[in-house]
Design a binder for this molecule. Sequence first.
Ligand SMILES: [Zn+2]
Ligand SMILES: [Zn+2]
Length: 129
Amino acid sequence: MRDFRITPQRIVIVDYLLKTEEHPSTEYIHKTIQKKIPHGKPIYSIQNPWSSKREKLVNEIEVEGETRFDAHTDEHINLVCINCGKIEDIDEDLLKEIQSRAAKKSKYLIVKGSFEMFGYCNSCKSKFN
Ligand SMILES: [Zn+2]
Ligand SMILES: [Zn+2]
């Protein structure tokens, strides 16, 4: 684990990410985590700990220019609400098949897939149709 220093702060962040269903942004993590470690140093960079994506501890997804973190590293679909920004996970076994088909067709060695679908979440959709 080169370039991957485990600090108490990072343990708190990863622990938080593993327990939450949210796909929090950096800013959101700052606000939430800072409360849990009141005497800790301010968290300046959250991206850094996961700069080595091979570790696959946390996935990053880019939604409308904002980085959101996802500790759910199995292949799944991220349903993104374009109104409130909520992201929900849906497990779908077909994704593995889609990946292996894409690999066959392209002869790529596929390492990971990213699946995002955009729409309105259950609480937002009534406002839009
Ligand atoms: Zn919504
Ligand atoms: Zn997700």
